[in-house]
Ligand binder design. Structure first.
Ligand code: ZN
Length: 235
């Protein structure tokens, strides 16, 4: 019987690809789940409020929602984040590719983290490009502004914006070169997840997700359990 620990023990080039499920176990709601962000507190749907047009045209309302629903200053990495950081220290894990924007992998000690959708910890002035960390957003009750007067924009991919091509290309390079690909906390239904999966050509594809995914038929090992429990148990 195939066993995750045995697979990891015999592999030196692992890439991890993670989705919202990795963060939900730290208490961050899944943006797309019905029980996640969808609340009747706001006049608009989350997808609209998180669009680049809304950011430009309704900046104050964008920030009300963004501060309320997208930033979680008190959350901590869970067992999944910690185990992945440990696998990197052991030289086995080469990169984490994540769809999450919370920075929890870095907080757990991971170094090579490719954030496909950006990070709440990176913010830039739209005029002079000056960098600001998340405190400029959380400490501000209205629209955060640069010392130059420009509006500060989170470096997260909003609806209507494309992914950063450098990050995407690097993710593709890591997946192509991977001996083992562990995918966790994602149903793999959402772009670009499904597309990225096609670059993996190895025979150690592990899917860890509480429910079925679109790639179950391609997987060498499927574990329908909590990602924190599964990864926590192998380290
Ligand atoms: Zn500026």
């Amino acid at each position: 019987m195939i066993n995750l620990k045995n697979m990891i023990d015999s592999t030196q080039n692992i890439v991890f690809f993670g989705g919202a499920g990795v963060s939900t176990e730290s208490g961050i709601p899944d943006f797309r789940s019905v029980d996640g962000l969808y609340s009747h507190k706001y006049k608009y749907q989350p997808e609209e409020m998180l669009s680049v047009d809304f950011f430009i045209n309704n900046t104050a309302e964008f920030y009300d929602f963004y501060r309320d629903k997208m930033i979680y200053p008190l959350v901590k990495p869970n067992k999944a984040h910690i185990a992945l950081a440990e696998l990197e220290k052991l030289g086995k894990l080469k990169a984490i590719i994540t769809q999450n924007i919370d920075g929890l992998h870095q907080m757990a000690g991971s170094r090579k983290v490719l954030e496909l959708h950006g990070s709440v910890n990176c913010n830039n002035c739209v005029n002079c490009k000056a960098f600001y960390d998340v405190k400029i957003i959380t400490a501000n009750k209205s629209i955060p502004r640069c010392t130059c007067g420009g509006v500060i924009k989170p470096d997260v991919v909003l609806y209507g914006e494309g992914l950063d091509s450098e990050v995407l290309n690097e993710a593709i390079r890591f997946i192509r070169a991977a001996d083992m690909l562990i995918v966790g906390g994602t149903s793999l239904n959402v772009y670009p997840a499904a597309g990225l999966m096609n670059y993996y050509k190895g025979n150690k594809l592990v899917l860890i997700n509480k429910s079925a995914t679109s790639f179950d038929s391609n997987a060498n090992l499927i574990i329908n359990e909590s990602i924190g429990k599964v990864l926590g148990d192998i380290i």
